[in-house]
Write a protein that binds this ligand. Structure first.
Ligand SMILES: [Zn+2]
Length: 283
């Protein structure tokens, strides 16, 4: 009944619902189940994205304090289940109530949750993405005036964690370094392209986006810095509109492609190791 103990997560056998593990989690979504239970989708730090049942959540006597709402960061003790875990204990680390109660912040935090939900597979740990989401939510809470930039920067970083690093300082087509005058962004190739490569891509005219030099410089800054650092002119907000619409189109394009490739994966027999046993996972 004993499994390897990986990374500070005490695992022991239990009579019902599989082994118990502890982890940090951020609630991505919650749905009501019956009178007083909730089904939660949670991104845990060490155990990936998981679905879990919290029983008796909405009863006033609930030991969870009835507060496992989206964005909440919690320390969890859970029974590992076959398809769904059972939450035994939840200790709130950060409620992010300020984010939930402000419509603008709520919308941006929801976009973060949704993106994370989309780019993660069930039970696949990504501590880096967990830390990024937690940081993004903290920044929204602490710097509400910078919410637009925070979300765009979060999206940029989250895509990189998911293995989709935008090509900013070199041509995405041929790899040569791009000069300051080259501001054609190719959705198809995932980055800036030089004039020659832009010519090649002309057939996909709708997939080339012209951006201003300021936005190009900001993207270069973003590719060299981490979420939580600020460019000098972040307060000005002048490039935000262009940056936001560029990230919107990048996400839309990338996700469409991802979904297509995932559908293909599903019809290849044995293409992805199914987790029907739900047992030994060493990451
Ligand atoms: Zn090129």
């Amino acid at each position: 009944m004993k499994q390897g103990n990986d990374g500070g997560s005490p695992v022991r056998g239990s009579g019902r619902g599989g082994p118990v593990f502890s982890d940090l989690g951020i609630v991505l979504r919650s749905h009501k189940l019956g009178e007083s239970d909730k089904i939660l989708r949670i991104l845990t730090r060490e155990h990936g994205k998981r679905s879990a049942v919290a029983k008796g959540l909405r009863k006033t006597t609930s030991r969870f304090g009835a507060r496992l709402e989206p964005f909440t960061c919690v320390g969890l003790l859970m029974h590992k289940g076959r398809s769904m875990d059972i939450i035994k204990q939840a200790e709130i680390k950060t409620s992010f109530r300020e984010v939930r109660e402000d419509l603008e912040l709520f919308m941006r935090a929801s976009a973060m949750d949704e993106l994370v939900d989309t780019i993660t597979e069930e039970h696949e740990p990504s501590p880096e993405l967990f830390d990024l989401l937690r940081k993004g939510l903290e920044l929204l809470k602490d710097f509400p005036d910078r919410a637009t930039f925070i979300l765009a920067f979060f999206e940029f970083r989250a895509l990189a964690v998911a293995g989709f690093q935008l090509m900013i300082t070199a041509c995405a087509g041929c790899g040569r370094s791009t000069g300051p005058g080259e501001v054609s962004f190719s959705l198809e190739q995932g980055g800036f392209v030089c004039d020659a490569c832009r010519g090649d891509a002309r057939g996909d005219s709708g997939k080339i986006i012209r951006v201003s030099e300021r936005t190009a410089r900001l993207l270069a800054w973003m590719s060299a810095h981490g979420l939580g650092e600020w460019p000098d002119d972040v307060e000005e907000g002048r490039v935000e509109g262009e940056l936001v619409s560029l990230m919107d189109r990048v996400l839309e394009h990338w996700m469409e492609r991802e979904f297509r490739s995932r559908r293909v994966m599903k019809v290849i027999p044995g293409g992805s190791g199914g987790d029907s046993e739900g047992g030994n996972r060493d990451g």
